[in-house]
Design a protein around this ligand. Structure first.
Ligand SMILES: [Zn+2]
Length: 156
């Protein structure tokens, strides 16, 4: 991103907000301190998900949302929470900055974000979609989860 004032390419992101199709970022130029906003289209819609059997499909936000809702079952679903969760997941995927991810990677991102907001939903999502090929994969995820939980507890 180029500063509109001094054309420097060095800038930092002060704030970012994503919608369904774009990310709005508030930036500050590191050389002249000028503040500007950029609107970046999310590439996520071209993202290819590779399945374990080798077939590929285009990332489907609706499908993801549907799966997440299912994992909350019929318990009280907090719409704000769901939207925040979807945005977090989206941000994580955008940050990977790649054209293809495996369904396993995507599943792990979703599980990780779910684990931060709702334990029951995390377990439920895992039971439905956790296509782990080995018990080690699950063990790995679980230890990451417990680790992050430990950090959260230590912080509070
Ligand atoms: Zn500048």
């Amino acid at each position: 991103m180029i500063c509109p004032k001094c054309k420097s390419t060095q800038n930092k992101v002060l704030d970012s907000r994503s919608t369904q199709s774009s990310i709005r970022r508030r930036r500050q130029c590191e050389s002249c301190q000028f503040r500007f906003t950029t609107l970046e289209a999310i590439k996520i819609f071209d993202l290819i998900i590779t399945k374990r059997k080798g077939n590929r499909e285009i990332f489907d936000q609706k499908k993801l949302e549907c799966g997440i809702r299912k994992s909350f079952n019929k318990r009280n679903i907090d719409e704000i929470k769901i939207n925040q969760l979807l945005q977090e997941i989206q941000e994580q995927i955008v940050q990977l900055d790649c054209d293809e991810i495996s369904s396993l990677e995507l599943g792990n991102i979703v599980l990780y974000e779910l684990s931060k907001v709702d334990e029951a939903a995390f377990v439920c999502y895992w039971a439905m979609f956790g296509n782990f090929s080995t018990i080690n994969d699950f063990e790995q995820l679980l230890s990451n989860y417990l680790q992050s939980k430990k950090l959260q507890t230590e912080k509070s």
